[in-house]
Write a new protein. Sequence first.
Length: 400
Amino acid sequence: MYIPDQILLKKYADVLVKFALWSGEGIRKGDVVSVVISESAKPFLLPLQQSILEAGGHMILTYAPDGISKSFYEQASEEQLLFYPKDYMLERVKICDHQIGIISEADKHELESIESKKILERSKGAKFYMNARRDKENAGKFTWTLALYGTDAMAKEVGMTEEEYWDQIIKACYLDVADPVAKWKQLFVDLEDIKAKLNTLKIEKVHIKGDDIDLEVKLGAHRLWMGGSGRNIPSFELFISPDWRGTNGWVKFNQPLYRYGNLVTGIEIKFKDGLVIDAKADKNEQLLKDMIAVEGANKIGEFSLTDKRFSRITKFMAETLFDENVGGEYGNTHIALGMSYHDSYDGDMSKMTEKDWEELGYNDSVVHTDIISTTNRTVTATLQDGSERVIYKDGMFQLE
């Protein structure tokens, strides 16, 4: 088993704790940080704790033994699937200022034999918790970030050694530079410049065209492009939560989707007036259909573009966190089905009601599934004055 040295892991922890949280500022003295980590990422735990303590924070730990999820889904009744200790979980939302989630798997296919409907049903039971956390985030009182800890199983899934897999993590997160935190701060300044130019354009809709796509997405009123918030490390994408009602056309995805321990390949989706009217896949099509059948999962929640000039990720990692930020020859474009991001609103989120979000076409769902393509695509924007201009081509933003 390959374990990165503690110096490198401490750099990684500092990026998450002292940069990513509070949207690029890092935690403040007295902040409470919830750390959610599995047994397979155990070597990362001490560096994370050290970084939190150095910054004057407090850690609440959720530590999951490997293999426990499969046993739960095999034995749990419907009542047990839906059970969440509501008072306890709402109190955690109240107490915690941040959450760091570490994605790591000892077995990529642990849940492969589990009926997807069971997993989706459990997600429904947690909706009250996700809503409470989102409300606190909308009020500017909570931030979170996700990061990846590689394992042998994750590396083998994509035909790499653990060292090769970690090489992608190290480069993507700039852990090979003397001061990764400073590097990320500079990177976010560069992303902010592009984001500001996109928001200045006042785009009404975008038309994405390529050999495997002909899709129109209406951005909608009171929208801002987002990115560089620290919510994911790494994060090179710039994205927006559009008005789901204005999505029309079709799209194929050349990248596989890993979902609930299963691999879905050859995905093709058609939209009409914002709704998915057809969904196909070469492999595990039923899983795709089950996911889309969840309330709100038949609508778009995010449209995203990644500029290849920023990303140092060059290989498929079989983890959405990295694959939605891949660079390579053409960068990547992706959409997410399901939940939208309220951060994309250009006003005070804390004053919005559920009816307000609905009227603006922000989608709501218990799922948020990113599906990615790395083929060459041209994105043409129609501006509010009726003019058109290409904003993305050959894997790069065209905003000069």
